[in-house]
Design a protein around this ligand. Structure first.
Ligand SMILES: [Zn+2]
Length: 822
């Protein structure tokens, strides 16, 4: 009875508070308006949380929470909770008084009269949504970035309200757990716990205990853990030295997870890693080894960049990513001294950045964000790959020492707090101010796109050549940067000149009778148009150039010129095949092989048959294992020429190739089952016998259904993917979607395009941050028909109001379909 009375009273209060004219709008998500209001009025936040995890998946996880904070506002307060009203108990407690729970537009509303100036305490109980809990039968892990904590418990889900967390977990028998309940303040997106049936291993490195949780059962893989511990320790030492700041959190533990959505996530004290990047197969390539260190170093760098100093709002999410990548690249240099790191850097970032930057879907590194529920759309190649290129060029502009001093000053000044990119720029320009980070940032960070760079075809009268930058969006921007121009004849390169472009034009001295080659060291970022005089040399002469970087740059420049339509796919495939047979450098060769993998599906059937056969033969004969491996992987996913498919079937039947790991064989089986529909059941049945773990078998049983040649079954599977519960394990869902849209299934698969695009906004709402991009690439990549082109461009025309960031993702992923009509 008492509670009933309270509810009646509260209805009156709510009606009153809605008259408050200054009130922050109550709307879904976490708006910038709400976040700005709260960070101005709330301090000293702490969460005391307990979760009860039932032993059955069907039953919800329940929570009990005590939230305390210091309040300076005079309005109603919104606490974020994304869920149904029936997930919350009917009553909450505010400063000891019971109130009826009032959930509106994903916020629990606390009337201002219930709050006091100064310290307040709110207790709330209820059931967590499963969205960010990643629940499996015998384990779960939380992943709250960017704004999913509010689906698990009520909170202030914004990065600049850092809080202290204490956590207790009631778990099924036999489960273990780790979390980051910490005395250091962290934002909600970094709070995390993992619990379940895991193996546990602890190691001591540099006087620090590091614990790993994992589910891997293959002893050869588990035996790689000491390497991981070493690399964690190395990364920590390196970061402490570079920043001058000791590791800022109490402990460093990590979890290795199967079917994980990302490469890793930097929750301090309980970092998460995806299993296949940590536990490598029996014959890892040098690339895979370096990718692993890079991942570990990336997440470790985040302990300083992102966790110690956090962006104020998610529009600056890229600042933490750019420094994690920048540091990871530096750390890799120490660990792999024999590798050509300048080349490795260019290989890691330039092609991926260009993949987005050359499309109509590109955007500036820094993008506006009005609501955190759209934060996921900011992530992509521009943040992960263009930003590191920008950073390296900024380091060249300012000098390495001035940059390091600026970063130390920034980390110290904003420790355990928040800062914007502009705060950082201001800190950097305290050192070497004559090289302004701000004017550099105004082009590279705040504007989209890349320059087109040409060299004047004729020598000017005084013998110098004119190099010109052109902004294809007509804004006359100049991207300050340096690169080499070399001069070659049939005997090779005789001279290289370093050019630093500070204005739209610059001049280099020409050499009579020699061919000028733009961007011969590959450092330049943009479209370097191949001069007609340079073409014969690039087609033939550069094969013999001794410098690895020069040959790599030639591959990239040629590939970019295919995208500029100055060279055809057919000509380029011919050049690259001839070239690849002679290449001895792993990094150059594997990129060449990847370019071939992208280009061969663009060829006419006859040319494609010849190219695939040559690739298969080279796969058997090339002297470099990594080339044989890349070629076999490419072919095993994409080859369509009947005799090549037959040869691949032989490789698969044998199942003993050291070039492929279990996962490669799984994917190969999917492709062969689609290419050889009369044998699909035999192929999948046999492949299943090779799988080693239950997790692998579950994944395989889910995905392999898409190989069924029955068109009704395919349609049903696609319809299932439209329901959120069937996309719960996102890597499985996107692999299945890609198989349903396999190129060989056109035009039938065109029927998925419109419904697949129609749920794009729902995909963005319900999925993890990378999922909209993955969904689009899986849906669109297999299509090249006129019917598909019309369906997709018709859909784009019919949806002019699609949020800009989502439209960009679509245009980026539709590039091959809409913008490459060769
Ligand atoms: Zn990161």
């Amino acid at each position: 009875m008492k509670k009933q009375l309270m509810i009646t009273l509260l209805v009156g209060l709510c009606a009153f508070s809605s008259l408050n004219l200054n009130a922050v709008t109550i709307q879904d998500g976490v708006s910038l308006e709400l976040a700005t209001f709260r960070s101005a009025n709330i301090t000293d936040v702490s969460y005391s949380l307990s979760f009860t995890v039932p032993d059955q998946l069907a039953k919800p996880v329940s929570f009990h929470e005590t939230l305390t904070f210091v309040w300076a506002g005079d309005e109603d307060l919104q606490i974020d909770f994304q869920g149904r009203p029936d997930q919350l108990d009917n009553v909450i407690t505010v400063n000891g008084h019971e109130l009826a729970t009032d959930l509106r537009h994903e916020h629990i509303i606390i009337p201002h009269v219930s709050l006091s100036p100064g310290k307040n305490q709110v207790t709330i109980s209820g059931r967590s949504g499963d969205k960010a809990l990643n629940r499996h039968e015998d384990y779960l892990y939380t992943l709250f970035v960017p704004d999913h904590a509010r689906s698990a418990f009520p909170c202030f889900d914004q990065p600049d309200l850092k809080a202290r967390f204490s956590l207790s977990l009631a778990l099924p028998d036999g489960w273990v757990s780790i979390s980051n309940d910490t005395q250091k303040p962290i934002p909600t997106y970094l709070f995390s716990f993992t619990a379940g049936r895991f193996q546990l291993q602890t190691a001591m490195r540099d006087g620090r205990n590091i614990t790993a949780l994992y589910r891997e059962t293959d002893s050869l893989k588990v035996a790689q853990l000491p390497i991981v511990f070493d690399q964690v320790a190395l990364s920590l030492r390196w970061m402490e030295e570079y920043t001058g700041i000791p590791y800022p959190f109490e402990k460093y533990d990590f979890v290795v997870l199967p079917g994980y959505q990302f490469g890793g996530m930097e929750h301090p004290g309980c970092i998460q890693f995806t299993d296949w990047e940590i536990f490598l197969g029996p014959h890892p390539t040098p690339d895979e080894e370096m990718t692993r260190l890079n991942l570990i170093a990336h997440e470790t760098s985040h302990m300083w960049f992102g966790d110690l100093v956090t962006m104020r709002w998610f529009n600056d999410v890229w600042t933490k990513e750019v420094f994690a990548n920048f540091m990871a690249d530096k750390i890799s240099r120490e660990q792999f001294p024999d590798v050509n790191h300048d080349l490795a850097f260019i290989k890691a970032h330039y092609p991926l950045s260009m993949n987005t930057d050359r499309t109509r879907g590109t955007h500036p590194i820094q993008q506006p964000l009005d609501n955190l529920n759209k934060a996921g759309l900011l992530y992509g190649n521009i943040i992960y790959h263009k930003a590191p290129i920008m950073m390296r060029k900024l380091e060249q502009e300012k000098g390495a020492e001035a940059l390091q001093q600026g970063l130390r000053s920034y980390l110290t000044r904003y420790a355990y707090g928040n800062a914007t990119w502009d705060d950082l720029i201001a800190e950097l320009d305290k050192f070497a101010p004559e090289h302004s980070a701000q004017s550099f940032s105004n082009v590279w960070v705040k504007q989209k796109g890349l320059p087109t760079i040409t060299i004047d075809g004729t020598d000017t009268r005084d013998g110098s050549l004119e190099i010109r930058q052109h902004d294809s969006y007509g804004r006359s921007l100049v991207w300050k940067q340096g690169f080499d121009v070399s001069f070659a004849n049939e005997n090779g390169i005789s001279k290289s000149t370093a050019v630093y472009m500070e204005t739209a034009q610059t001049y280099v001295e020409g050499i009579n009778g020699m061919t000028p080659i733009l961007n011969s060291n590959g450092e330049g970022y943009g479209h370097f148009v191949i001069d007609p005089r340079t073409r014969p040399f690039l087609a033939e002469g550069w094969r013999t150039m001794p410098d690895d970087m020069t040959r790599y740059a030639a591959v990239l420049n040629l590939y970019e010129n295919y995208h500029l339509s100055t060279i055809t796919a057919n000509t380029l495939v011919e050049i690259l095949l001839n070239y690849l047979s002679h290449e001895k450098n792993e990094l150059v060769a594997s990129t060449t092989a990847s370019c071939l993998g992208n280009l061969t599906p663009r060829l006419e059937a006859l040319q494609r048959a010849t190219a695939e056969r040559r690739m298969f033969d080279m796969m058997q004969s090339h002297s470099l294992q990594s080339v044989r491996q890349t070629l076999l992987r490419q072919l095993s996913l994409k080859a369509t020429t009947p005799d090549v498919v037959d040869s691949l079937y032989g490789v698969w039947q044998d199942h003993r190739s050291t070039l492929l790991n279990n996962r490669d064989y799984m994917r190969m089986a999917y492709h062969l089952a689609i290419m050889l529909p009369e044998r699909w059941q035999e192929i999948l049945g046999t492949e299943r016998t090779y799988l080693k773990t239950d997790d692998e078998r579950k994944e395989f049983d889910f995905i392999s259904r898409a190989c069924n040649p029955d068109e009704m079954v395919q349609q049903q599977l696609f319809n299932d993917l439209l329901k959120v519960e069937n996309r719960r394990v996102e890597p499985w869902a996107r692999t299945m979607l890609a198989l349903l849209n396999d190129p060989t299934r056109e035009p039938l698969s065109n029927r998925y395009l419109v419904p697949g695009l129609d749920i794009l906004e729902e995909i963005q709402r319900t999925g993890d941050i990378f999922f909209p991009g993955y969904w689009l690439s899986s849906l669109l990549e297999g299509h090249s028909s006129e019917g598909a082109r019309q369906a997709v461009s018709g859909w784009i025309e019919a949806h002019p109001m699609l949020p800009a960031a989502l439209m960009n993702k679509l245009l980026e992923n539709a590039y091959w379909l809409l913008d490459r009509k060769d």
